[in-house]
Design a protein around this ligand. Sequence first.
Ligand code: HEC
Ligand code: HEC
Ligand code: HEC
Length: 426
Amino acid sequence: MRRWIARAFGFVLLACIAAAAFFFWPAGPETVAASAAQPAGAALVARGEYLAKAADCVACHTAPGGQKFAGGLAFRLPFGTLYSPNITPDPDTGIGAWTNAEFVRALHHGIGRNGEDLYPAFPYTAYAQLSTDDALAIRAWLATLRPVRAPVPANDLTFPFSQRYLLRAWKLLFLPTASPPHDASKGEAWNRGAYLVEALGHCGECHTPRNFMFGLNQSKKFAGAEQEGWLAYNLTSDPDHGLGGWSDTQIEQYISTGHADGRGPASGPMAEAVENSLRYLSPEDIHAVVTWLRDVPAQPDGPPAVQARSPILQTGLATGELGSRLFVQACAGCHLPNGNGRQSRWAALLGSHTAGDPSGTNLVQVLTHGTQVQTSQGLAFMHPFTGAYTDTELAALANYTMGQFGHQPGNITPDQIRKQRHADAR
Ligand code: HEC
Ligand code: HEC
Ligand code: HEC
């Protein structure tokens, strides 16, 4: 009830600001020109491809099983469903007929071809900080893709959320007007890292909690947030909840390969971010991201990190209890009884934040929806276990995993399994 009132209040406020903003908000596309430093021809296209990967455009503009960049991915929001558009160069259903200026305006201001305001599920609050050169390079690469004729379903949003003009007010509050932080005294890697994380990688879209108006709560920057059923952990320098206890090498390994020794694998949406985007970054850029992350002020939020020093509660499999028996049957074939992973290091679970989170959010998500990541050694894959096991069995498996590899007593109930089992996964 309190949340409902807060929301209603939020929207009355939004409507008032919208009315005021309507009169002085200019919307025409600016003329855009690349700087003298912009490469041309094949070099420009290659640069655009690298940037589009760093910005992970493919993640949201590809429907499951659909053609890349042809759109149609459903975003299930609390007030209805929004579909991502086709951004292939098809002139009718894609963006082939758009001018460069219209394209840059979409990225910088969240405005569509006909001047309509776009929903921030499109992370233009991050892309607003892209240089015009980089936005144009991305366009140049997108223009070389094969056009796909693919109309996208109409959005299904309830009133008043269906009113795009309300977003003008939202943008006044949440669209950054400046470029990412720049501080000459911090050195080149730090500044490049700020650009990669804030403008391109949009890490905050998942890792920063939102306020009641769905804006990123910058006072809790990178403190961790839940989205679509997955918890994106605290990335701040806090040693107990964030990355403070990780070595530089562990963070570099994790984001560039999807696994870190002693920290477990990246699953779910993070595995996708690694697969589509982060594994393509150059070692210098990966280093830059880590340099910048190291400096994010500590926030003591979210589940505690698994301390490398804490002892494993028990390695024996002779306890005879349901969880340990099932683990040998169903999991040890890939993870090994001691969690070290057989053959593939992506199956090494020791120290995994997911195994150590007492809420079990991602742990249960992995069991009920599966996870996979494309690696340099092929696909590392775990199928969902919903077909073969009951809620009680999966709860026992989750609690056993938590005790063994997260060093936490597990309190996952069959009811939690049931709820997450039936929740929609994207
Ligand atoms: C996190 C998801 C997400 C990512 C990442 C993303 N987009 Fe989108 N994008 C969307 C959604 C959702 C919309 C539709 C918004 C709406 O209808 O209001 C959209 C809209 C657009 C539009 C407007 C198209 C039209 O027909 O109105 C363009 C252009 C676009 N995106 C380009 C890009 C590019 C280029 C990238 C990478 C640099 C990118 N997007 C990354 C989700 C995303
Ligand atoms: C689409 C959402 C999403 C985006 C975008 C995203 N992350 Fe994540 N991230 C997650 C989720 C979910 C997890 C938890 C994964 C798991 O359970 O294995 C995670 C985990 C992590 C972890 C491990 C933290 C821990 O304590 O285990 C690191 C490091 C990380 N992300 C860094 C980044 C960086 C850097 C970026 C931007 C370049 C980024 N993430 C972008 C969703 C996201
Ligand atoms: C077919 C091999 C296979 C089987 C069987 C398997 N897993 Fe996995 N599991 C993996 C791989 C590979 C990953 C990493 C995938 C990724 O990074 O997306 C993983 C990831 C996980 C994670 C995520 C850790 C994290 O930090 O995000 C957990 C927890 C997990 N498995 C537990 C289990 C349990 C419990 C079982 C038995 C019910 C099981 N697995 C069965 C291969 C397997």
